[in-house]
Design a protein around this ligand. Structure first.
Ligand code: SF4
Ligand code: SF4
Length: 87
């Protein structure tokens, strides 16, 4: 699995992905004011860039199926967070 895409139309240039990525995958294009996926081979599919992207412009894809896993990951994380607060 790997981070795959930044939809530049949705990216607002906040740099969150660049800041939170533990694997240094992103670089920031200061001219275009957008993040770019510079080192996708370093991605460990932790999901932090996706979960912290306010523009919803990042996708993480399962290489085997081509399907996005990010919706499942985000749903699961949100569900777990909710159940923690209701205990
Ligand atoms: S977190 Fe999302 S909106 Fe912010 S710079 Fe990265 S891709 Fe763009
Ligand atoms: S999924 Fe994790 S390791 Fe991969 S680019 Fe996003 S923050 Fe970096």
């Amino acid at each position: 699995m790997s981070v795959k895409r930044i939809d530049l139309n949705l990216c607002i240039g906040c740099k969150e992905c660049y800041t939170v990525c533990p694997m240094d995958v992103f670089r920031f294009d200061s001219v275009a004011k957008k993040s770019v996926i510079a080192y996708p081979e370093n991605c460990q599919s932790c999901g932090q860039c996706y979960l912290n992207c306010p523009g919803r412009s990042i996708t993480i894809v399962n290489e085997m199926t081509g399907y996005s896993i990010t919706s499942y990951r985000a749903t699961t994380t949100a569900r777990n967070a909710k159940s923690e607060t209701t205990k």
